[in-house]
Design a protein around this ligand. Structure first.
Ligand code: EPU
Length: 339
């Protein structure tokens, strides 16, 4: 029998970027698929509600977790192949996302640079199809392997099977609470082209004649450091709300009333609104409710000003949702998972 390294009544405070002091009934550090097989075969553990934890940067603990936390810690990054178009890089779920981006850049492989400095782990990245500055993981994705808790088998999924959408994938729907990502393989284009259309990035690169991947990474890192709080300093989970997608009629009505409305037309004719702008307009930027606050430099980010409970953060989020709905008729949807 494979030994399961488990701990009971385990504090998760250092394992979530909000720094919420929630506890897990049982905690298991997962270094590979053998641990998952052993958990599935263990009658006590198999019956508990499961939470898979990567970097803990996209969740909010609103109470203790009365179940099992599987903390993905597997390691390894390697080039696994190459053809005329792509270099294929495979990374284990427990690797840090930013560490992977840096590793690829150090090998001279471009493609992930726009996604520099996103907190979290490789295994969590496909779940919400992380994206920033004009690129989403789906644009560089080849396939992944996952452990299926129902069948007990390892399964392979290509991009179509992952059903990627804006901050969305099959892992939030049909495979929710079922598949645990083991490793992800990326297809990095050999004929690299800069993706610098995003206004902030274009501006940061203005003085550079032919920017390479490292230049774009440096620009993105500088922008993120300027706008977003470092979770090591101030607890947060990045954008707390998704940018809402609304019908053109609603957007046109709002644009007629608010000259500075920020909106982006989508291929299907709907519009994505900048949630940060909506929240900012309601006067929430920099404000607090108890120890939960709205970040001074980006209204889309909620922060733990010190000792906040998950319930306090959730209460602030709800107050913001009500205000934005009252003023603009749009319901914001949280991006992090509430546990
Ligand atoms: N804005 C305001 N006030 C604010 C914040 C933003 O008016 O307080 C306006 C800005 O002026 C800008 C617009 O809103 O015109 C968009 O702001 P920004 O460029 O900062 O991007 P975002 O839409 O707020 C999204 C992602 C970020 C990602 C950036 C860059 C979501 C939910 N968020 O933010 O992702 O880094 O674009 O691509 O899609 C994350 O998911 O955790 C995250 C940080």
């Amino acid at each position: 029998m494979f030994p399961i390294p488990l701990q009971r009544d385990f504090s998760l405070r250092t394992l979530n970027t909000f720094g919420i002091d929630a506890r897990a009934q049982v905690y298991v550090a997962v270094d590979g698929v053998d641990t998952l097989r052993a958990v599935r075969a263990n009658p006590e553990l198999a019956g508990l509600p499961r939470l898979v934890l990567g970097g803990g940067s996209n969740l909010l603990f609103v109470r203790d977790h009365p179940g099992l936390v599987l903390h993905m810690r597997s390691r390894g990054i390697e080039v696994v192949g190459q053809d005329d178009d792509f270099t294929y890089v495979r990374a284990a779920a427990g690797e840090s996302w930013h560490g992977l981006v840096q590793w690829t850049l150090a090998q001279g492989l471009g493609g992930l640079e726009n996604l520099s400095l996103i907190p979290g782990s490789v295994g969590a990245a496909p779940i919400q199809n992380i994206g920033a500055y004009g690129i989403e993981i789906k644009d560089r994705f080849h396939s992944l392997s996952a452990f299926d808790f129902v069948s007990g088998e390892s399964i392979q999924l290509d991009g179509a099977a992952c059903r990627f959408g804006y901050r969305d994938s099959v892992f939030k729907h049909a495979l929710r609470d079922r598949a645990v990502v083991l490793d992800v393989t990326f297809a990095l284009p050999r004929r690299w082209q800069a993706n610098a259309a995003y206004a902030d990035v274009a501006q940061a690169l203005a003085g550079i004649a032919e920017p390479g991947p490292a230049d774009i990474a440096a620009a993105v890192i500088a922008i993120r450091q300027r706008k977003l709080p470092d979770p090591a300093q101030i607890g947060n989970a990045g954008s707390f709300f998704k940018n809402p997608i609304v019908e053109a009629a609603l957007r046109d009505g709002l644009a007629a009333q608010h000259a500075t409305l920020v909106s982006y037309r989508q291929p299907d004719g709907s519009y994505k609104l900048a949630a940060g702008w909506l929240i900012d307009q309601c006067g929430w930027k920099g404000r607090s409710l108890g120890a939960a606050g709205v970040y001074e430099k980006q209204a889309l980010v909620l922060v733990n000003r010190g000792g906040a409970s998950g319930a306090e953060i959730a209460a602030l989020a709800e107050a913001i949702r009500q205000d934005v709905h009252g003023r603009f008729g749009v319901w914001l949807e949280p991006e992090p998972v509430f546990v």
